[in-house]
Design a protein around this ligand. Sequence first.
Ligand code: FAD
Length: 419
Amino acid sequence: MEPNKEVIIIGGGIIGLATAHYLMENGLQVRLIEKNKLGGGASHGNCGLLYFTDLIPLCAPGAVSHEIVRTLLGTSPLYIKPGLDFNLYYWLMKFAMNCTPGHRTQSAKDKLDILNYSESLFKDLLADKNLTCELEKKGYLTVFKSQKNFDNYHKTNEFLNEFGLCYKPLDKEALSSLEPALSNGVIGAWFNETDWHLRPDRLIEAWHHLLVKKGLVIEENCEVLDFNIQNNSIQSINTSRGEFAADVFVLATGAWSPQLADQLNFNLPVQPGKGYSITLERPEISPQRPCILYEKNMVVTPWKSGFRLGGTMEFSGYGTQLNPKRLKKLVAGAKEYMKPSQGHAEGHTVVEEWSSLRPMTYDDMPIIDRSPNQENLFIGTGHGMLGLTLASGTGKILSDMICGSTPEVDVKPYAISRF
Ligand SMILES: Cc1cc2nc3c(=O)[nH]c(=O)nc-3n(C[C@H](O)[C@H](O)[C@H](O)COP(=O)(O)OP(=O)(O)OC[C@H]3O[C@@H](n4cnc5c(N)ncnc54)[C@H](O)[C@@H]3O)c2cc1C
């Protein structure tokens, strides 16, 4: 595509921002339209892991039976709101059908490419001193309270070995000398020594300022309402702040993407998966790296400027109101794994309690493609638990597609036609 053409990106989350970055590198003019505040969706309060080794999809063998048992025990981080939502039940059925060894292997192969690609792009991007976001490359720990679960994790490690990845088992003693903030109740951990973490809200803020300096136009508090279409091509969009025209459009509205896709007569099987986080002032003694608390399915992430507890997965529609029960569960979970007053909410100033919606697909793979109906519309959504991690790869692929270059990774696994 020739320079000077204008692209409108709908959705100011990390995917929209990354796409704007690469389009602008190619000399295109970009306007980003956000219904609330830039980065105010799922990209704001997430756990900040750049989880480049996360090959195993959520729909893994045994995932459904495991969650049923945990629901009965009252320890599941999953909640499905009862009701008559046909789309949700269809989505859950398809998710369950994907919980097979075959899907796990195929998905890991497909994900490996985009994870490696995103890592190499982030290496260059985050070398820019202007993108200060408390980046650290200390790996993360998957921490266990149950010996049986710890031992079983061998199988996960063996699976990862097939893809050249390797986690290191740490017994209680080794773990406590690496992370003295963890409680005596933990029995060990598997150590991923390579992944990174950063503070997502700081990244959005820094990237926002950098791109605006380079000419990005941002319209905040501007909701896209509908489209003006001629001959299968979008001419302009109508928003709460008037009409905007462009040559090309990108749909990057995260969990909200199906609402606009419906208007454009195509189906995006994306369900909102609600997650929560609590951000605290950093305790004096805190873990040095993110810890996944295995039995609680939650993450604690430390940064120089703070400390975050995050997790839960609620399928309960589009509401983002805070449920105090879920917040309490995060605090109680952290308390079980941390020494008293070291990195759980009690005794520390709470800076923010937050929830938002992850864009979940039933095969746990993102959707990065051209619209099946409108020739000048491109789509980047469905990143589930990995939107931050995959943002650079997604943005670059979309920019290549729009500019008429062949993407540097095979994009078939992310095509809409797979549904
Ligand atoms: C608790 C939690 C922890 C997580 N931890 C991690 C992690 O450690 N690592 C990781 O990689 N990922 C993590 N994730 C997932 C990650 O946050 C998401 O995958 C990612 O933020 C999705 O980005 P996005 O840009 O697609 O969506 P969003 O950030 O939600 O952005 C979409 C934007 O579109 C806007 N929008 C919607 N409709 C319209 C409209 N009609 N007009 C204009 N604008 C509109 C919304 O307001 C929103 O700002 C986590 C998520 C949660 C909830």
